[in-house]
Ligand binder design. Structure first.
Ligand SMILES: C[S@@+](CC[C@H](N)C(=O)[O-])C[C@H]1O[C@@H](n2cnc3c(N)ncnc32)[C@H](O)[C@@H]1O
Length: 262
């Protein structure tokens, strides 16, 4: 089972390493960390980071005392992740995890579902996460929100370009976006869709967390993130509204978290 040539070509450009480490990407990073620190089983515990990229989350999870194994289909990501002290990294696909049943206390899918436009593939990935986690363990998955491409392209001004506009509108219509800039097909979930996919994969009762709220669209978000006092206030503001249903779709990303029954 392999990912598309377009996905591999995009990530081979080595654009992923800094994505969450600078600019407004830091809001997604800190908010993901904030939610996971409240929802993962306490350390020490075994975390399987599927689609873990170059190890941006694995690094702090290791520092928090977790044992982390990272899987990613992009060899460059695995190569970089393997340089993180204490991190085991190897090539793997979310739809067929090369791990035993129930060996992890938590499975993270922080990216693979962005790339699985076919619902059957997403259910396979979630089913594999369920298989890999022990009963009572946690599965957490990040998804792109359905309207994020329209919101973002208007925010950045690229909505003025017809190809960008059409791609973003297509994503808003049915979730599938062929990104003109990135060259691959991505999937944008409606916030109500993700928990249903979790349930169908045997992970009922999922909780939903909007990661960025509307703050990722604010022109001065970098100023808030740069200043420790303002950053703490911003993260606290979003935490206070993170599961409010009327706001879930405004975030760029949703984090969905469930326990394996049993
Ligand atoms: C946007 S990056 C996210 C990386 C990191 N987890 C993060 O949160 O920054 C998406 C990641 O998913 C990986 N990916 C794409 N398709 C995948 C698949 N079928 N199975 C597992 N990982 C996949 C990509 O190689 C990439 O590293």
């Amino acid at each position: 089972m392999t990912v598309t040539r377009e996905v591999l070509a995009y990530y081979a450009q080595d654009l992923e390493h800094d994505r969450l480490r600078e600019g407004r990407g830091r809001l997604e990073f800190w908010r993901t960390q904030d939610v996971l620190r409240r929802t993962l089983p306490p350390a020490p515990a075994r975390v399987l980071d599927v689609g873990g990229g170059t190890g941006v989350h694995a690094e702090w999870l290791l520092a928090d005392g977790y044992e982390v194994e990272l899987l990613d289909p992009v060899p460059l990501h695995v190569e970089r992740a393997a340089t993180v002290p204490g991190l085991r990294a190897r090539v793997g696909d979310a739809r067929r995890l090369p791990v035993p049943d129930g060996g992890a206390d938590a499975v993270l899918l922080l990216g693979p579902l962005y790339h699985l436009a076919d619902r059957a593939d997403r259910l396979r990935a979630l089913g594999e996460a369920r298989r890999a986690v022990r009963p009572g363990g946690v599965v957490a998955a990040a998804t792109n929100n359905r309207y994020a491409a329209v919101l973002d392209t208007v925010n950045l001004g690229t909505y003025l370009e017809e190809r960008q506009r059409e791609a973003a509108r297509a994503a808003a219509a049915d979730g599938v976006m062929l990104s003109p800039r990135r060259g691959f097909t991505a999937y944008f979930h409606h916030p109500d869709e993700v928990a249903a996919e979790f349930a169908e994969a045997g992970l009922p009762g999922a909780a939903r967390y909007g990661l960025e709220g509307t703050f990722w669209l604010h022109g001065d978000v970098d100023d808030w993130l740069d200043d420790p006092h303002r950053r703490a206030l911003l993260l606290d503001a979003q935490r206070s509204m993170e599961s409010e249903p009327s706001l879930l779709g405004a975030s760029g990303h949703l984090l969905t978290v469930a326990h394996r029954p049993g």
